[in-house]
Design a protein around this ligand. Structure first.
Ligand code: BES
Ligand code: ZN
Ligand code: ZN
Length: 455
């Protein structure tokens, strides 16, 4: 048993290599200050990164108990501690279902604070633990191999997750989808062994009758591209094409666990995009229940077909605001890379709210314009719309413009394209390689920030 004492230095201290751990016997000092490396990482995010480094270090040396002395941390202290704790829990996560079991010794972490602050710190740490632990569950679902996690298993996982929570679950199976006219989801899911579904999770923490905040999350359990087949390199990443749906699921459960005073609904259209004798084909036409017809010229642009149905459902649920989140385009990865997600929408205040919520939790969103001049690229000779644009450029924006056609009337809407940061190729900040759960904490923060706010 090695006990550790960790002292965190203040930001005013001379620059230390960030976030290296200086070893002085059993005492460790961590500097918070490094201008060169992390200029654009806000302090809160730096604290999470430190948390991740601390936990991995503690594991390396086999420590079982650790005290973190925090007198130098900036106020508000409870928030700072929550960030360190989040970083520790997220940093400890590995997907190791198929690895030999390792002797994980749990590390007992204590924060040393002044008595007056103890109770507030305790509450913050408890909430941070709830959120970060759920995010690891979200990452687990995304990391599962695709053949072990299709729509059926996903629904089972949802059931397990909401059991005992203030969350009601409704699953529209294929027969209900047919009856209710959700043809987009059915079309995309046609070629798969398992039928598609629409998963709806509801938490009512707000006033009765208050129109809900609706989260919509793309859950393509695997995206081969369909007959417009994807190239083999990195196709396996498409097991995570349900990262948006997993984030939505986690966020609704988190808001329920935190007993947040908000009415929120998560709509998660769920399907597998495969090839086979029954799969949809380029040239097929889908007529949505709102009357719009779409000529499918690319079966790999499946997410928007699925999301269109979910947006129609959001209107039926009387959404006051809709936030959709999806691994929608490779184009956004070209534009913004792996550290930043794209954001588009029809309401600047809501976009600003989401960007600010993201900043609070260390997730970056950069706005792309919904250029109306590009709308004509979606025009079709055959139907009202085509599902992809004619030019190879601005694919993320075209994706946003397509979704815009299905946004509920009178609702504020924001679209998050997380195709870049949903997955870490190598260790990133406090994330081990694999699914990050990106977007989940932003959605939770939005729910917290917007509760009681009339949009
Ligand atoms: N799921 C993909 C987008 C994606 C790419 C997510 C890379 C994560 C990483 C999506 O269904 C897709 O294939 N989009 C196409 C759209 C195109 C055909 C207009 C794309 O981006 O290539
Ligand atoms: Zn696709
Ligand atoms: Zn996809």
């Amino acid at each position: 048993v090695i006990n550790k004492l960790i002292k965190i230095a203040s930001t005013d201290d001379p620059p230390t290599l960030f976030p290296s751990l200086g070893d002085e016997g059993r005492e460790f000092h961590i500097g918070l200050y490094d201008q060169k490396k992390l200029r654009d990482v806000p302090l809160n995010e730096a604290l999470r990164i430190i948390g991740g480094r601390i936990i991995n270090h503690l594991r390396e040396v086999g420590a079982s108990k650790c005290f973190i002395v925090t007198h130098c941390l900036e106020e508000p202290l409870p928030d700072s501690l929550a960030c360190i704790a989040e970083g520790m829990i997220l940093g400890a996560y590995r997907y190791e279902r198929f690895k030999p079991p390792r002797k994980t010794v749990s590390v007992d972490v204590s924060f040393v604070v002044k008595r007056q602050q103890a109770s507030s710190c305790r509450t913050h740490l408890k909430n941070a633990t709830t959120v970060a632990t759920l995010q690891n569950t979200v990452r687990d679902i995304i990391n599962e191999p695709p053949s072990l996690c299709g729509p059926d298993r996903f629904v089972q996982l949802v059931r397990n997750l909401v059991r005992g929570q203030d969350v009601t679950l409704q699953v529209l199976a294929a027969t209900q989808l047919k009856k209710q006219g959700y043809v987009g989801i059915l079309t995309v899911g046609k070629g798969a062994d398992e039928p598609p579904a629409m998963v709806i999770v509801r938490y009512r923490g707000g006033r009765r009758g208050e129109r809900p905040l609706v989260f919509v999350g793309k859950a393509i359990m695997f995206d081969t591209g369909g007959y417009c087949l994807k190239p083999p390199k990195d196709m396996w990443h498409m097991k995570g094409d349900m990262a948006g749906g997993a984030a939505v699921l986690g966020a609704v459960v988190a808001l329920a666990k935190l007993q947040c005073p908000v009415n929120v609904i998560g709509i998660i259209p769920c399907a597998k995009n495969l090839v086979g004798p029954l799969a949809y084909l380029p040239g097929d036409v889908v007529t949505f229940k709102n009357g719009k017809s779409v000529h499918v010229t690319n079966t790999d642009a499946e997410g928007r077909l699925l999301l269109a149905d979910a947006l129609i459902r959001a209107e039926e649920e009387r959404a006051q605001a809709v936030i959709d989140i999806a691994t929608l385009t490779g184009s956004v990865v070209r534009a913004l890379g792996p550290a930043v997600a794209g954001i588009m929408g029809n309401d600047h205040d809501l976009i600003r709210h989401v960007i600010e919520a993201g900043e609070e939790v260390g997730e970056s969103f950069w706005e792309l314009p919904l250029v109306s001049e590009y709308r004509e690229q979606l025009k079709s000779e055959v139907a009202d719309l085509e599902n992809v644009g004619k030019s190879p450029n601005a694919g993320a924006i075209i994706g946003g413009l397509f979704l815009n056609e299905f946004v509920p009337k009178g609702a504020k809407w924001v679209h998050l394209d997380i195709a870049g940061p949903f997955f870490a190729e190598k260790h990133w900040r406090y994330y081990a390689p694999g699914a990050t759960g990106f977007g989940f904490r932003t959605l939770v923060k939005i729910g917290q920030n917007l509760s009681g706010v009339i949009l």
